[in-house]
Design a protein around this ligand. Structure first.
Ligand SMILES: Nc1ncnc2c1ncn2[C@@H]1O[C@H](COP(=O)(O)OP(=O)(O)OP(=O)(O)O)[C@@H](O)[C@H]1O
Length: 774
């Protein structure tokens, strides 16, 4: 309780009354507020202070103890950064009466408050908290009012009490909010009984923190909860490497390494036994010698069964081959081109298959094929591809989507039709998941998903769940690109299963327009690239330099391009690592100084890691569906507002994402970084007119074929590689040997095998060849 003066002496605190809230974020429970100081043990003489931290909406005129430390903000001066807080409940009779009759407690006026204190005394608050019937003896207090008072008191005290308790273990307010949301008043009990439970239930709660608390509680090194939490934690960690499951031996080995045990070393058997128990409790799923976290097991299982559901339904309108050929021929005439054999095959199959994949490298005509399919589908069904031809009541039959905002934008540009991100399509609200699902499916007839190699198993499952039985689906992607950032390798598994019809486009059309970039990409794809392929050309150069010279060379190339009148926004530097003298962070610092130097006329804000200035090119690092921006989107800092220049009284930075303005507050700055140089992983799904790509031996561990191929295929007009030719050639010969554990391929084979067998025997009876189904 806050009245316990003893406890306050251990922490630095400021006790004070809320004057006004400067800012409050409902979702994050983050507040900044001005406080009138009533007391403190800090060395601070002023009468007021700004406090900030993750706490729920504070009540005006109420008093609080804020525990934390001072922090000097470069612009706003001294602030108190709060790590925990408690409502201050006065221990005098008058103080208590004022507190109970405050706005905090609905329906309790001064008279009632006096009666409560008169009847329960100065310990009224702890009495009510400890005994829900304590208010029953207060004369004239109705039961509903008494119940409401007790409930409000408990709720307010509950979180604060828990936050103070957790802060002892270095657990901050933000994590405390998550913990309170999960366990409510039970949070401390859970922690005292079994801190490892937090690892199971609270996303992002580290095993080490639980272990440290458990040490203090005297839990044994071989306590089942410790081993269990170790298993779950190891599985969670492996998601970062893209694994959907771990083979049991691999999992037990990693758990033994994690659970260092000075007394009695763990054995594989002990961990396996614990895994078996967790399997019984459904905390993990064990199958075929592999162990999964349930969310991944069910995502894989759900995706595989939805693929089967779709593929086993007939196509609504099965057009005879002769008619199809005629329709495609008409489109060739309209488009004034002649489809190559593979392209023709892709269009024809996409129209008659329920689910189909088109893969191919750059310039092989994937977009041309998409347009051909849309036009042919429209012809067959006698409908229009023009969205304006549909009124609000009629659903537009074509859905075009891609995993990132930039990829969706490119799809719109290349097809002239509306395309959205998959998150937007499914109606992601950031908190409760997706609006669209099996109960509320997507509306439309033909779905095209571009850049499918970037889709992880979670997103693939969510998307496929929402596809109705009568929809046809085309997945488009380049199998040689990097796999998804999230777990799984969905495109590779779909292709590898041999159960889904696909067409690989190999013939390169853009090459015919004389592109060295495309030629290089295809040579790499076919493992035929050697030194002779690295000769400079109109759209390609390789500038040899050492790691030490790299930054100078990259900035010189950048300056030369800008001097030729090229807009710096069209030039993108792509690198594989953040740190090191040739890493992304350093590169951004130099490029910012070059492209957008500091000047008196440009406002800027400083953070721990960077200076953001008006005019800076920035990259969004997380999905923010509420603002319509997504991880990987690139924008420009359009304005910076000081605290006293806007109604919210808070510093704001405005970023313009292609005409869409998004406001960032200081706490959101971590969600962006400079984008003069970005990582190759973040560049997936985007294309840039000019790409500068440093490749030096300092990156050697990252230099793999799929990474370099992904980077090269991002450039549209010009590619300049700076660095070491040997490092580059070694990189393109290095295959990514980091196998991702995923059982999707096997699942698809098992589930779809019977279906294909049945189709084959039916086909034999009808004297149709299996080819008709591929
Ligand atoms: N059959 C064809 N005949 C003539 N030109 C073609 C043919 N197919 C594609 N092209 C042309 O080749 C170029 C590349 O095609 P397209 O943009 O469809 O390929 P893509 O695989 O989508 O390329 P990227 O992945 O690089 O965007 C375009 O200019 C397109 O008009």
């Amino acid at each position: 309780m806050a009245t316990d003066k003893q406890s306050h002496q251990e922490h630095g605190y400021i006790r004070g009354e809320l004057l006004y809230t400067i800012f409050h974020n409902e979702q994050e429970n983050f507040s900044i507020a001005k406080i009138k100081i009533h007391g403190t043990n800090e060395d601070y003489q002023e009468k007021e202070i700004v406090v900030k931290g993750y706490f729920s909406d504070l009540q005006e005129e109420a008093s609080y103890y804020f525990y934390g430390q001072f922090e000097r903000h470069s612009k706003f001066g001294l602030q108190y950064k709060v790590t925990s807080y408690q409502t201050f409940i006065p221990d005098t009779k008058d103080g208590l009466i004022a507190y109970l009759s405050s706005d905090l407690f609905r329906g309790i006026g001064k008279k009632t408050a006096e009666k409560i204190v008169g009847s329960l005394g100065e310990n009224a608050i702890s009495k009510i908290l400890n005994d829900s019937d304590a208010l029953a003896n207060v004369p004239g207090l109705k039961k509903d009012k008494a119940d409401l008072l007790a409930k409000t008191l408990k709720e307010n005290q509950g979180f604060e009490h828990i936050a103070v308790y957790l802060s002892k273990y270095g657990i901050g307010l933000k994590m405390a909010q998550k913990i309170y949301k999960q366990y409510k008043d039970e949070a401390i009990n859970v922690l005292q009984e079994d801190p490892y439970q937090y690892v199971f239930d609270i996303e992002g709660f580290g095993f080490q923190t639980a272990d440290q608390i458990a040490r203090g509680n005297g839990l044994s090194w071989t306590h089942p909860s410790r081993i269990g939490a170790g298993c779950v934690y190891v599985l969670q960690k492996n998601i970062q490497d893209g694994h959907v499951y771990l083979p049991i031996d691999d999992c037990t080995g990693q758990v033994i390494d994690l659970l260092v045990n000075p007394e009695q070393p763990l054995t594989h058997q002990m961990v396996t036994d614990r895994l078996e128990e967790l399997n019984q409790e459904k905390e993990v799923i064990m199958q075929d010698g592999n162990v999964y976290l349930p969310s991944l097991y069910y995502a894989e299982d759900g995706f595989a069964s939805n693929v089967k559901r779709l593929i086993t339904k007939p196509v609504e309108h099965d057009t005879p081959l002769a008619e199809l050929m005629k329709i495609i021929g008409d489109i060739e005439e309209q488009e004034v081109l002649s489809y190559g054999k593979e392209q023709f095959e892709a269009i024809q199959q996409a129209l008659s298959a329920k689910l189909m994949i088109v893969t191919g490298g750059p310039g092989t005509g994937k977009t041309t094929v998409i347009k051909g399919i849309l036009n042919a589908y429209a012809d067959i069904h006698g409908i229009s591809t023009d969205p304006d031809a549909y009124d609000d009541a009629t659903d537009y039959p074509f859905i075009l989507t891609a995993p990132t905002g930039r990829a969706a934008k490119r799809l719109t540009e290349s097809t002239g039709l509306p395309a959205v991100t998959i998150h937007r399509l499914l109606g992601w609200d950031g908190q409760n998941g997706f609006e669209k699902n099996e109960h509320e499916p997507l509306a439309g007839k033909y779905l095209i998903v571009d850049e499918f190699s970037m889709v992880d198993i979670w997103l693939a499952n969510s998307l496929f769940k929402a596809i109705p039985d009568d929809m046809q689906v085309l997945l488009v992607g380049d199998e040689d690109q990097l796999p998804s950032v999230g777990p799984g390798q969905v495109l590779a598994d779909l292709l590898g299963s041999g159960q889904i019809p696909y067409v690989s486009l190999h013939d390169v059309y853009r090459q015919k327009e004389g592109s060295k970039i495309i030629e290089l990409a295809h040579l790499i794809k076919q493992d035929m690239c050697d030194q002779s392929a690295l000769q400079n050309d109109q759209d390609f150069s390789f500038i040899a330099c050492s790691t030490q010279q790299l930054i100078d060379v990259v900035t010189a190339v950048f300056s030369r391009a800008a001097a030729k009148g090229i807009d710096p926004k069209d030039i993108q530097v792509l690198a594989p690592i953040y740190r090191s003298q040739a890493g992304i962070t350093m590169m951004n610092q130099y490029l910012q100084t070059l492209v957008n130097p500091s000047s008196l006329s440009k406002r800027e804000v400083k953070t721990k890691d960077a200076v953001f200035r008006v005019g800076d090119k920035v990259l969004q690092l997380v999905n923010q569906p509420e603002d319509g921006i997504y991880n990987g989107d690139i924008g420009e800092v359009a304005a910076i507002f000081e605290e006293d220049e806007n109604v919210d009284h808070i510093e704001q930075l405005v970023v313009d994402f292609d005409g869409k303005e998004v406001v960032y507050e200081r706490k959101d700055y971590v969600n962006m970084m400079h984008a003069y140089c970005i990582s190759i992983h973040k560049s997936q799904g985007s294309e840039f007119p000019i790409v500068i790509m440093p490749v030096v031996s300092a990156y050697h561990r990252m230099l793999k074929k799929n990474l370099l191929y992904t980077a090269i295929t991002r450039s549209k007009k010009s590619l300049i590689i700076c660095g070491d030719q040997n490092a580059f050639l070694r990189g393109i010969q290095t295959f990514d040997s980091n196998r991702r554990y995923s059982s999707l391929k096997k699942q698809l084979r098992e589930r779809l095998h019977d279906h294909h067998e049945k189709k084959l025997s039916a086909a034999e009876e009808d004297e149709i060849t299996p080819y008709d189904f591929m």
